[in-house]
Design a protein around this ligand. Structure first.
Ligand code: SAH
Length: 455
């Protein structure tokens, strides 16, 4: 096989990145935007020794699962990978992904995986409460905003992404017209010149409150009053701020935020727990599914009201406060100091006096508390980032021997690796249930209940 070869393939499988996989004379090709069940004419774009990549030249026979993507830019946009696949099939893809990882990496047999059906969305669009739009200029010199194309920093112009809330478009239109009218330059990554880098928008689904934060490469925003005039008439506008980021870096947000108008942040609810969200806070992006995920985690924790529970990787304390409604005592651990401050504030706001938060790495705080203070846990909940739990943390969990562990994961591969370690002797899988937090993308969230088998 060589680059630019044209071949006909049937798509028989999907990669974890959402590419369709088909074989041409036994040679596997990974094809972006291909759907399992498609028959395609494919142009080979890269040919390696044992596999290659291709792009669709023509759809000979569409898969029964193929649908018309909602966004006209779904192909080039790097945000979604699965828009061309019917939503029920996306759910199956994610369930399979979790099951296959548990088998291949975790070493569990089919019979050892007590899988419950994935929890999907009734309406899998417009679910995101947060969006960060990069701003730049196109080849013709017009100001553009939207999303980066896959693996690059070329901006695909799109103001009405079908994952975001509908009000995003109006906000972006007004910010861009403010920039045009007042000659406020978008930031240029190559020269490091220009002002506006990103437009961050957050929306409280339960409250209707809106936050707009412009990330700028300057100490102040030129003609700031003009921007405010345009934005404050939007219904729900609650907080307008700038974030200062003068570094030549891929990191979107800088450290300093200045409120220009209204509140420093917005308020939202998950169930009946209230949260304060500032431009820098981590907050789950799909509130509808987050509520289902936390309810599931709470039911897996099986609390009677008497337990001591540890919530590791607790962020702004979202799961901790959910657990605190049913536990005697909850301890949260989080590495980012600002998130811990938010967590404490959220606990105070909701009147919880049975929660305490510690700042630091879970793999350092937990062993320290266990070895030096002899702390105890009935249940441990973990919700680590994609790289999963540190082994030192897993070792401490095994020493502490809680009755139950609830593992909330956003990466099935590291989940499987960590479960294998925990289930060598002491624990067994009691329940596994994916929750679709990110429809149209390949990202897969999963909640697992582990029960101690040794007395
Ligand atoms: N449970 C929270 C946040 C989950 S995201 C929620 O549902 O909202 C994972 C969190 O782990 C992030 O807030 C990140 O800052 C934190 N984190 C990353 N590495 C960590 C570590 N080694 N120890 C403690 N927290 C860590």
């Amino acid at each position: 096989m060589q680059k630019n070869d044209v071949v006909r393939v049937a798509i028989e499988d999907m990669s974890h990145k959402g590419e369709g996989i088909g074989k041409a004379d036994g040679y596997p090709l990974f094809i972006k935007d291909a759907v399992i069940g498609d028959e395609l004419e494919v142009i080979v774009t890269k040919a390696g020794k044992s596999y290659g990549y291709g792009r669709i030249a023509k759809v000979w026979k569409p898969s029964p699962y193929r649908v018309e993507p909602r966004c006209s830019c779904a192909g080039p946009c790097g945000g979604c990978q699965l828009q061309a696949m019917a939503y029920p099939r996306q759910l199956q893809f994610k369930e399979d992904l979790v099951r296959n990882n548990l088998k291949r990496i975790g070493g569990f047999s089919e019979g050892e995986i007590p899988m419950e059906p994935i929890i999907g969305m009734d309406d899998p669009f417009h679910y995101r409460n947060k969006a960060q739009f990069p701003v730049g200029r196109d080849k013709e010199g017009r100001i553009v905003t939207g999303f980066y194309a896959g693996r690059t920093h070329r901006i695909v112009n799109n103001r009405n992404c079908c994952l975001g809330v509908k009000v995003n478009e109006e906000i972006l239109n007004r910010v861009i017209s403010y920039m045009e009218e007042n000659h406020v330059e978008p930031y240029d990554e190559t020269s490091g010149k220009g002002v506006v880098r990103h437009i961050l928008i957050r929306y409280g689904f339960a409250t209707g409150e809106i936050m707009v934060c412009l990330v700028i490469n300057a100490s102040r925003l030129p003609a700031q009053e003009r921007l405010l005039e345009k934005l404050i008439s939007i219904e729900g506008m609650t907080s307008i701020s700038v974030n200062i980021n003068r570094k030549n870096t891929n990191v979107i947000m800088g450290e300093r935020v200045k409120t220009l108008w209204g509140q420093p942040g917005i308020t939202d609810y998950i169930g009946n727990v209230q949260y304060q969200i500032s431009p820098l806070s981590f907050y789950q992006v799909n509130p509808v599914q987050t509520k289902k995920l936390y309810k599931l985690a709470l039911s897996y924790a099986d609390l009677t009201g008497e337990e001591t529970v540890w919530d590791l990787y607790c962020g702004i304390g979202t799961i901790s406060l959910f657990l605190a409604q049913r536990a005697r005592r909850v301890y949260g651990v989080e590495v980012i100091p600002a998130a811990v401050e938010d967590a404490r504030e959220n606990a105070r706001l909701n009147g919880f006096s049975n929660v305490e938060f510690f700042t630091g790495k879970a793999e350092e705080i937990l062993p320290q508390k266990y070895e030096e203070e002899g702390i105890y846990a009935d249940v441990i909940v973990v919700d680590p980032p994609r790289k999963g739990c540190d082994q030192a943390l897993l070792d401490t969990i095994l020493k502490m021997r809680p009755k139950r562990v609830v593992y909330v994961s956003c990466d099935p591969a590291t989940l499987a690796r960590d479960l294998k370690y925990l289930c060598r002797e002491q624990y067994r899988l009691e329940k596994v249930r994916p929750v679709d937090q990110f429809p149209m993308t390949v990202h897969t969230e999963c909640c697992v209940k582990l029960e101690r088998i040794q007395k």
